[in-house]
Structures are given as C-alpha cells and as structure tokens.
Design a protein around this ligand. Structure first.
Ligand code: SER
Length: 318
C-alpha cells in the first residue's frame, strides 16, 4: 500500500498553504489533511480530509494506520497571545500532541515528523540582535515554554530512539489565504486587511518594536526543504533558527503607504506588546543555510506587493 503524508492542523495558517503546496507537488491523494473542524477553504477538500483531534491518541494512531502514514507535519498549537489567556490548555495541547506523535514514531507507526518551534523559545535575557542558534533561552510565555520543552523532547527522541524529527523556529508568519489566530505577530497580517478594508489600522504593538517575520511562501518552502533534506546533513535536532526579514509596525505601515498613500496607522499597545518585547529583533540562521541550503526570497517590499494584490482579489475590492 502506498505511503501517505499527514498534515495535522490543515485548516490553520501554515497547514492550509502547506497542504495545497504538497498536493500540487506530490499529487492530491498522497496528502491527508486533518483538522478539528471542517475546512472553510473548499480546495482543502479536493484531496483526502478527516476530522481529527490530535490530543486523542487512539484516533491519531488509527488514522496513521488506516492511511499508511510515513511523514507527519504537525501544525497544531495554541499560540502566544491566546496561550497567556489559557495557560493550562496551551501547555496541554502543545505538549500532548507532540508526545503522542513521538511515541507513534518510536512504535514505528510513522517514520518522520516535522514539528514547528518558534522565536517564542527566546526570552528577555536572550541577545536581541542576530540571535544565535545556541544562546540563553528563558521564555516568558506559556507558548514559549511549551515550544522550548518540545524542542528538548524532539532532540531527546532523536538521540535516544533515533526518531527522524525535524524542526524550525518560525518567525512571525504573514499570509493571505488563511489568517493566523491567537499570536502576537498577527498584527502584521491584520494590518493588510484593515489597510484595504478601512484605510486605517491601530497596532497593538508599539511603533518601533521590531520582530523577525517571514512571508508564508518562504516558510512553506523552508518546511518542505528541511523535511526533504538528507538526514545526515542535519546537525540540529532540536530546532533550526530561520530568518526572513525584520521590521516594526511603523516600517510595515510605510511599505503599505507606498502603495496606498491614504493609509493611516495608529498605536495602542496592549498585553501583546510585552510578549513582543521579550522576543528577538533579528535571527542568525547560518546553521539552516549551511546544513540544508536555506535562503529566503521575500523582503518587506515584495511581500507587501503580493499581500495587497492577493487580498484585493480575495476581498473582492476593486
Ligand atoms: N507567531 C507566533 C506568535 O505570535 C510566534 O511563533 O505567537
């Protein structure tokens, strides 16, 4: 029986684009999309789709066996801002789902796992500029704590049981096909919607608060490139630093203004500003470049052009 690739959280921000991309590359039937809810994007139903709660160990195992799954992309998580409101739920969801998968790999039900980490593993005591791969890591959010613990588990399962697990510390991700939810960096997506719909936006992140960010197309490409890289090249089994671009709200605002001169940007920082303040401003991703040839394609200018063009069509604006 042929092997299937499984995407967990296929209706989410990364899951949507990753599923569509993998299906285009390898064929619709080779990628099983799953989520806890029915997809609103009809294209996700053009290949196999199952409703699945990743914390339900038995159902996860049954799906993996039924579809003869070899590689799993695990894209289910409660992000940083929502996690601060529901700390126990965030910890439970983020940890249990990863450990379930690592155990399935240990039991030889599946062969390979991609699991995302985040810049949230870093904290206020981490060097902010060009943050190294290995450095002080004292995250101050529940999301960050769960991702750091997850990284340690991944490396542990690799060293102890030879589990082929691969991971990236995603920066803030910007996309137009599906929206993020519950993250601190979501402002950099909302701003494009509001610019087109209302001509103005009030940022909950302060004017000059710089964060590492990346356009979704780069993030999906990085994810597939790392997952396909020869195992022996990968020196890091916790999680790779990954960089695309860095900007603050005033700079992304200016890039929108270049195309929409009337756009007005205001600031009203809330609790998410404190989370953002604890994260790096820029990331050193030389290990990813060296081990599996990573290079980003998008900068702020090209991303803004693509975002505004595609959102205009999506929102049916002239
Ligand atoms: N985008 C995530 C968040 O803001 C960080 O990985 O929570």
């Amino acid at each position: 029986m042929k092997r299937t690739t499984l995407v967990l959280g296929a209706c989410g921000q990364i899951g949507t684009e990753l599923t569509l991309n993998l299906r285009e590359k390898y064929g619709k039937d080779t990628v099983l999309a799953t989520d806890i809810m029915e997809p609103s994007l009809i294209e996700l139903k053009e290949g196999p789709f199952e409703i699945l709660d990743v914390s339900d160990t038995n159902s996860l195992r049954e799906i993996c066996e039924k579809y003869n799954v070899n590689t799993v992309y695990h894209l289910v998580a409660m992000l940083s801002a929502k996690g601060e409101k529901f700390p126990m739920e965030a910890w439970d969801l983020n940890m249990r789902s990863l450990l379930n998968l690592l155990e399935l790999a240990k039991g030889k039900v599946i062969e390979k796992i991609f699991w995302p980490s985040s810049i949230a593993v870093f904290g206020p005591t981490t060097p902010k500029q060009n943050t190294p791969q290995q450095t002080v890591m004292e995250p101050s959010t529940v999301y960050g704590i769960s991702k750091l613990a997850g990284e340690r588990w991944c490396e542990y399962y690799f060293n102890k049981y030879n589990i082929d697990v691969r991971s990236i510390r995603y920066p803030g991700l910007i996309s137009w096909k599906s929206q993020p939810g519950g993250g601190t960096t979501d402002y950099a997506v909302e701003i494009y919607y509001k610019a087109l719909e209302e001509g103005k936006y009030t940022s909950y992140i302060s004017k000059y608060r710089t964060l590492p960010m990346m356009y979704i197309e780069d993030a999906v490409r990085a994810t597939i490139e790392l997952t396909n890289a020869p195992s022996e090249n990968l020196k890091i089994r916790s999680s790779y630093n990954l960089a695309g671009m860095s900007f603050d709200p005033s700079t992304i605002g200016a890039s929108i203004k270049n195309i929409l001169p009337e756009f007005k940007l205001n600031f009203n920082p809330d609790y998410r500003e404190e989370i953002a303040a604890s994260w790096p401003e820029s990331i050193d991703d030389s290990a990813a470049r060296l081990d599996w040839g990573w290079t980003p394609k998008y900068d702020l200018k090209t991303m803004t052009e693509v975002m505004l063009k595609n959102l205009r069509t999506k929102l049916q604006l002239s």
